[in-house]
Structure formats: structure tokens, C-alpha cells
Design a protein around this ligand. Structure first.
Ligand SMILES: NC(=O)C1=CN([C@@H]2O[C@H](COP(=O)(O)OP(=O)(O)OC[C@H]3O[C@@H](n4cnc5c(N)ncnc54)[C@H](OP(=O)(O)O)[C@@H]3O)[C@@H](O)[C@H]2O)C=CC1
Ligand SMILES: O=C(O)[C@@H]1CCC=N1
Length: 280
């Protein structure tokens, strides 16, 4: 079966910012054939080496002329850090027209503030994907402002559906999604680091510990998806009374594992809200 999706636009897609999330999105978008590489323009603050690297790897166009990219893009994807957003978007003031679609992946920053900085009432879709976009497995939340037309929302939804799943939500919920699934891959990687390390410490070959850990994570994710069973039930099915799993889980409980994960996600959510307020 082909992995390719029909092209979603004949227009130009511009990326303001050329960091980790842009590379993950580029990789996913091009693998799925959502548009041709020569219709994509990438720009950043001043790191021309990085632009060259993206041009070489993906065949996209790259330039440090941000205003030219902003002006010419039918869809402009904002992918700069929240702390840089005010300065960067004020620079674009006067270049954006209401016919362009702005898609933001910036954590915490509300669409109202983006519109204020750009100085125009234009369609803005705020989103929160994650870096698994690179392999077509992002979990993306998105929310549209009042100027977004249904066909623009449909286009953005198709774009993110091609690189994962999409949930349309109320804008306030995007901060929670940022703490949960935007940051989420890092929590899983952290767990994987610990599991691999433990396997190796206990005496396994490191590469084998890696393979066993990854297959365990993939298997558990598929079990959750395919059986649709509650995670607590699946956990109980692994846990023989008085056995190894119970012994392991008791240690996790003594370190308040679930409390730690809950506190991490709530703190990340709070941080998204703080960033929206801090950088205005
Ligand atoms: N990484 C992730 O997992 C995710 C990130 N996000 C969001 O995406 C955004 C980018 O994150 P990430 O890719 O990790 O960040 P990076 O630090 O990797 O990249 C930031 C990019 O922004 C560019 N930049 C900074 N200032 C300007 C400016 N004034 N004009 C143009 N470009 C500028 C930088 O250019 P230069 O190198 O030249 O300074 C760099 O290319 C953030 O808002 C983050 O919240 C959302 C979902 C997931
Ligand atoms: O760490 C961050 O702020 C960004 C937002 C979600 C993932 N990375």
C-alpha cells in the first residue's frame, strides 16, 4: 500500500524557524508527499549552516530573508521559541495579508497575541504537534481563531493528519496538550533511557537491552490500542501475586512514580501558560 497522500496545496508553505520540530514536520510532510519540496521555504534567525543542512537533507528552499518568505507563503508555519515570538512577529508586521493562513506550533502563545503582534486580523490555527511527526505518528491538538474558514481548517487538519492523529480542541486545552503529548515523547524517552540502562547494569549487552526495551514499549502501546483495555487492567494481567512485576511495581510506588508523572505533566501545562503570559 502506498504511503503517499495527494498534495494538499499548490501554494507555497513557509516555515519561520528551522529547529527540531520543523525538521520533524518536514520529514513527515515530504515522506507523505503532501507537497513538493520546491514549494517549501524555510527561514531562521541567522544560522545559515542549519539552513544548508535542511536544503541538503530535504531539497527544500532556504533563505534568511524572513520577510520574503512571510510575504510569499500561502501557509506560514510559525515555529520559533515563545521567547523569540514577539520580536520575530513584530518584524513581520505589515507583511501578512488576511488571505494567508498562519499555523503556529509555538507553545503557550495564544492566537489573539499572535494576531496582535502581526497587526492583522488573519486566520490563525494554533497547534501542538510532537516530534514523532517525523515518522507520521504525532499526536496533534489544534484550535482555530474566528477568521479561519472551514476549508482552511480542513487543510490544516489534513496536513497534521498526514503526520499523525489530530484532535480539534478549545484553545485553552492546548496548554494541557502541550504538557501531555507535546512534551510527552521526552517522558517516554526518559523511561526508555532508564530501562535500557537498568538492563545493561544488570548484565545484558547494551544493544540487546535497547532492543528488548523498545519492543516492550511498542508491544505495550499496541496492546493498549488493539485491546482498548484500561491500562490498569493490562498492568494487573502482567502482575502475578508475589512475583517479579509486583516486586518491581512496589519499588516504583515507593518512589511515587504515578505522582511524579502527574506532577510533571501538570507542571509542563502550567509552564505553557506561564510562557504565554511571560513573553507578551
Ligand atoms: N521540539 C518539540 O518537540 C516541539 C516544539 N514545539 C514548539 O516549536 C517551537 C520551536 O521549537 P524547536 O523546534 O524545538 O526550537 P529550536 O530551538 O530547535 O528552533 C527554533 C528556531 O527558531 C529560529 N528563530 C529564532 N528567532 C527567530 C527569528 N527572530 N526569526 C526567525 N527565526 C527565528 C531559530 O533560528 P536560529 O537557529 O538561527 O537562531 C531556530 O531555527 C517552539 O515554540 C516550541 O514550543 C511544538 C511542539 C513540539
Ligand atoms: O519543551 C517545549 O517547550 C516544547 C513544547 C512541547 C515540546 N517541546
Amino acid at each position: 500500500m502506498s504511503n503517499q497522500t495527494a498534495s494538499i496545496t499548490t501554494g507555497q508553505i513557509g516555515f519561520l524557524g528551522a529547529g527540531s520540530i520543523v525538521e520533524a514536520m518536514l520529514s513527515g510532510i515530504l515522506k507523505k508527499g503532501l507537497t513538493a519540496a520546491d514549494r517549501i521555504f524555510v527561514t531562521n534567525r541567522n544560522n545559515s549552516e542549519r539552513l544548508e543542512q535542511l536544503t541538503d537533507a530535504y531539497g527544500v528552499n532556504a533563505t534568511t530573508d524572513k520577510l520574503a518568505v512571510a510575504r510569499a507563503s500561502d501557509i506560514l508555519i510559525l515555529a520559533i521559541k515563545p521567547k523569540d515570538a514577539g520580536e520575530a512577529l513584530l518584524e513581520l508586521r505589515g507583511t501578512i495579508s488576511p488571505n494567508q493562513l498562519i499555523i503556529s506550533v509555538i507553545a503557550g502563545v495564544p492566537t489573539s497575541l499572535i494576531g496582535e503582534w502581526l497587526g492583522v486580523d488573519c486566520p490563525i490555527i494554533r497547534t501542538m504537534p510532537n516530534t514523532s511527526s517525523a515518522v507520521g505518528l504525532s499526536a496533534t491538538g489544534l484550535s482555530a481563531n474566528a477568521f479561519v474558514r472551514p476549508e482552511q481548517l480542513a487543510l490544516a487538519t489534513r496536513l497534521f493528519e498526514a503526520i499523525g492523529t489530530v484532535h480539534e480542541v478549545a484553545e485553552e486545552e492546548l496548554d494541557i496538550i502541550t504538557g501531555l503529548s507535546g512534551s510527552g515523547p521526552a517522558y517516554i524517552y526518559y523511561l526508555v533511557e532508564a530501562m535500557m540502562g537498568a538492563g545493561a547494569t544488570a548484565g545484558l549487552d547494551r544493544e540487546m537491552a535497547r532492543q528488548l526495551t523498545l519492543q516492550t514499549v511498542i508491544g505495550a502501546a499496541h496492546m493498549l490500542l488493539e485491546t482498548r483495555a484500561e491500562p490498569a487492567l493490562l498492568r494487573r494481567q502482567v502482575t502475578s501475586p508475589g512475583g517479579t512485576t509486583q516486586a518491581g511495581l512496589e519499588v516504583l510506588e515507593s518512589y511515587r512514580f504515578q505522582e511524579a508523572v502527574t506532577a510533571a505533566i501538570l507542571r509542563a501545562t502550567e509552564r505553557a501558560r506561564e510562557m504565554g503570559a511571560q513573553y507578551r
